[in-house]
Design a protein around this ligand. Structure first.
Ligand code: SAM
Length: 224
């Protein structure tokens, strides 16, 4: 008995991992394709693809956006799955803003110390499969959204910190078409506690519901 318990203790987590089933292709969409090993978060990427399929199938009209682009790792797939749509890219492209960091520290949400300065608009556009669809909004959000008249069908909010996430939800949700989706990254990331707070606060104030998903860092999805 003790021997078996010892074996389970040592090797249990290894064998349990083998029970995780990851669909290696979206066969249910009649597409045979291996998991994309260049992008390590299969759940997030596959969910984006399924959501894009729903939006495009419904024939919804509208743009797509990402707030928090950094080097464009996720953005390139948004651009790929929505090849014909205007794609707004919101980022300082110079890392977090001091104002947002101060709010993080005041509320004990995060240290705001992660460095996202080593990027540029040129580098991001260079990896976009349909760069001509991209409209870059460089600078501090929400100021960069002023005067923009647009409706959206899909928005990714990946700005890490409470203020830009909360402001992003307040800005994008009213402009989201019925049938559209917002992904908020880091909902279940203890390193950025403000992300969950921002989603919960916005959803409570606006009587909106969300679905947490088990991708890396735990995104929350808001569907309209
Ligand atoms: C985690 S990174 C984004 C990662 C990216 N989505 C990816 O796929 O790799 C967070 C980004 O949010 C941006 N950001 C945070 N607050 C912002 C604000 N108020 N205005 C503009 N950009 C902001 C930062 O500059 C940083 O590039």
């Amino acid at each position: 008995m003790i021997l078996i318990q010892g074996f389970n203790y040592l090797f249990g987590s290894f064998f349990n991992k083998q029970k995780v089933v990851i669909s290696n292709s979206l066969n249910y969409l009649n597409r045979k394709r291996d998991i994309n090993r260049n992008y390590l978060d299969h759940v997030r990427l596959a969910t984006l693809e399924l959501v894009a399929e729903e939006i495009n199938k419904k024939g919804l009209q509208g743009a797509v956006a990402e707030l928090g682009v950094y080097k464009g790792k996720f953005a390139r797939y948004i651009n790929q799955y929505f090849p014909e749509r205007d794609f707004y890219l919101f980022d300082t492209f110079e890392g977090f803003d001091k104002k947002d960091i101060a709010a993080e520290l005041n509320n004990n949400f995060s240290s705001g110390a992660q460095d996202f300065t080593n990027t540029s608009v040129e580098k991001v556009l260079a990896i976009m499969p349909h760069a001509k669809q991209c409209i870059v909004k460089k600078g501090f959000f929400p100021e960069t959204a002023k005067g923009l008249k647009e409706e959206f069908v899909f928005v990714s909010i990946d700005a890490d910190l409470y203020d830009p996430i909360y402001n992003g939800l307040n800005y994008f949700y009213p402009l989201l078409k019925k049938g559209g989706y917002i992904f908020v990254h880091d909902f279940n990331n203890d390193g950025y506690k403000g992300a969950k707070q921002a989603v919960k606060q916005f959803c409570k104030e606006n009587n909106v519901s969300f679905t947490p998903i088990p991708d890396a860092c735990g995104s929350a999805i808001i569907a309209k």
